[in-house]
Ligand binder design. Structure first.
Ligand code: H79
Length: 566
């Protein structure tokens, strides 16, 4: 019998590009507050962060009566937003099953006045509307079940604590008695499932991850397994939460992301992204071949917050007009992103996703193919002038863009689009050098979504080949990864950036974290000023002069930027 490969399973998923994530559970009722105390951080972590005892958290189930829940309305919204798959928390870390689980009495049908199985209703609604039904399932963390990672236990002082160091045999028993029966139910009782979204593989062995993956495939051969099943044994990879790709990524990846700063509903979180930001993030993901899994957190009543609905409808309207550049597209063939926006490709087409519409001429550098034609999506009657000389393609476009946000120019080329494999500076534009585009020398790990380089000592380096168009003085900024909560992971480090014989060094890292920003941030630190002496192809290199010995994850570099000095 033919065994399905990951590539075959991924076919629909690559086409899809955009999905809906739904975080819904008992935490949605608490909405970020427990006994007058507000939770710091994401809403669905309230039991963990406020150390709520199991017996007390269990009581919340009695209040779960989402009478306004309407599966079809959720599926309809996903469809209207242009999302092709829907992933909902069948069980999150709190261990509560949002489905009718014969094996696990801690579930919505047994414990709540609601008594219905919303997963069944959603699966039917999704099937009806042509959306792939998928489940999130927390396979490692279970704060409720015996043996689960982070299981709540009472301490001698009467307070509780979440235990992550489980005896291995307890964890195995939990996998056998809780996780596998649940997976079997989810993959037997709800029709074809597009993917199982596992998360936070704490304390799981490679064998256990592989066993879960194989178990899923045995039950439903076409069901994808997310990378967070652990040890990189899933069908595709998961970037960090809200981690957006910079530069290219190899293989199949997805970015799970929020609309505000939480996944599970929090009544005080009104920090919504704008439509423009969302479209730009979607476009950026597509330009790297990365899927965008965008979250909504319905309320205890079963209602998706109105700001989320409004935002998603607007993204959907944009996709209605410009979706040909997104659905079924592949990553940009260009080495670096153009300053005006992003690029995707499909067959012999290049799609230029233009955020900063130029006055008159749009330049694209490094294309190797001959351009056959170009048109502006939404302006079929407008003629686009085409000029190709050296490494530069110039398109002449009218002064006003068809969209307020990102506008699309469709360019047909001879053959499959190909581009030069180095960074090309655009006129006097800043030079952006994400680590994903660099050449690594020495021991540098890649963590998170691989777009972050982990430097543990001073021997390694990363270099980029850059075609310089404008010599002169440049201000250098380094982008590092920071985390407000796990602040022991990162630190402050001294790096040196070399351009030819010139160099500049400075301290980068947590010192520049935005205290008002999200919990995970890309931190921008000023390194200093450097002279880039000559036009033409050059090597720009970054080395670490000093690594903060207190930082457990070393120097988490994401890239450097050189901007012409004013
Ligand atoms: O479902 C959403 C979040 O609840 C979940 N992922 C998205 C999609 C998530 N967000 N943050 N985390 C999980 C934090 C994970 C923290 C961990 Fe640890 C660090 C898990 C393992 C190491 C610290 C130590 C917390 C638990 C053990």
């Amino acid at each position: 019998m033919h065994k399905m490969t990951a590539e075959e399973r991924l076919q629909w998923w690559h086409e899809a590009r955009f999905g809906m994530f739904i975080h819904w559970g008992l935490y949605s009722i608490l909405a970020g507050e427990w006994k007058g105390q507000k939770v710091r951080g994401i809403g669905e972590w309230i039991m963990h962060n406020l150390k709520i005892p199991i017996a007390e958290y269990e009581q919340v189930a009695a209040q779960f009566n989402p009478v306004k829940f309407d599966a079809d309305a959720w599926a309809a919204l996903a469809l209207q937003a242009g999302m092709k798959y829907l992933v909902i928390t069948a069980k999150h870390h709190d261990g509560f099953c949002l489905f009718d689980s014969p094996s696990n009495p801690y579930n919505i049908v047994k414990q709540t006045p609601f008594k219905r199985d919303p997963m069944k209703e959603l699966a039917e609604a999704c099937n009806k509307r042509g959306i792939k039904m998928c489940f999130y399932y927390s396979q490692a963390q279970d704060w409720h079940a015996d043996g689960g990672a982070g299981h709540w236990e009472e301490e001698s002082d009467g307070k509780g604590w979440m235990h992550y160091q489980r005896p291995p045999e307890d964890f195995q028993r939990y996998l056998d008695r809780v996780v596998k029966p649940n997976i079997k139910e989810l993959l037997t009782n709800y029709g074809p499932i597009g993917l199982l979204w596992f998360d936070t593989p704490v304390g799981i062995t490679k064998e256990q991850s592989e066993d879960l993956r194989d178990y899923v495939h045995a039950l439903q051969p076409a069901c994808l397994v997310s990378g967070r099943v652990g040890h990189d044994v899933g069908d595709y990879g998961s970037l960090g939460d809200n981690e957006h790709p910079e530069g290219r990524v190899e293989g199949a990846w997805e970015t799970p992301a929020t609309l505000n700063n939480t996944w599970g509903f929090k009544k005080d979180d009104h920090n919504w992204k704008s439509v423009d930001e969302l479209i730009e993030l979607l476009v950026n993901c597509a330009s790297k071949g990365v899927n965008y899994l965008l979250n909504v957190g319905p309320t205890a009543e079963g209602v998706i917050p109105q700001p989320s609905v409004d935002l998603l409808k607007e993204v959907g309207a944009w996709l209605d007009r410009n979706g040909e550049a997104i659905y079924g597209s592949s990553a940009s063939p260009f080495y670096n992103d153009p300053v005006w926006g992003r690029v995707t490709t499909k067959d012999n087409m290049l799609y230029l996703l233009v955020k900063q519409w130029p006055a008159g001429t749009l330049n694209l550098y490094g294309l190797k193919n001959k351009v056959l034609s170009a048109r502006i999506v939404g302006l079929p009657d407008v003629e686009v002038g085409i000029q190709q000389a050296g490494d530069t393609l110039s398109l002449t476009v009218p002064a006003s863009a068809p969209e307020n946000t990102v506008s699309v120019i469709a360019v047909a080329v001879e053959g499959k689009p190909e581009a030069e494999a180095f960074v090309i500076q655009e006129g006097v534009a800043p030079i952006r050098l994400p680590v994903a585009l660099g050449t690594f020398k020495g021991e540098i790990t890649r963590h998170g979504g691989r777009g972050t380089a982990g430097w543990m000592d001073t021997s390694p380096s990363i270099s980029w080949q850059v075609r310089i168009k404008t010599p002169g003085e440049y201000d250098v900024v380094a982008i590092t990864r920071g985390n407000k909560v796990n602040d022991g992971w990162f630190g402050n480090h001294r790096i040196r950036v070399e351009a030819g014989r010139a160099s500049v060094s400075g301290v980068v890292g947590m010192q520049d974290l935005d205290p008002d920003g999200g919990s995970i941030q890309n931190i921008r630190s000023t390194v200093g000023r450097v002279r880039v002496g000559e036009t033409g192809d050059q090597i720009i290199q970054v080395v670490a002069e000093q690594i903060d010995p207190a930082a457990q994850r070393g120097l988490p570099l994401r890239g450097i930027e050189l901007t012409p000095s004013a």
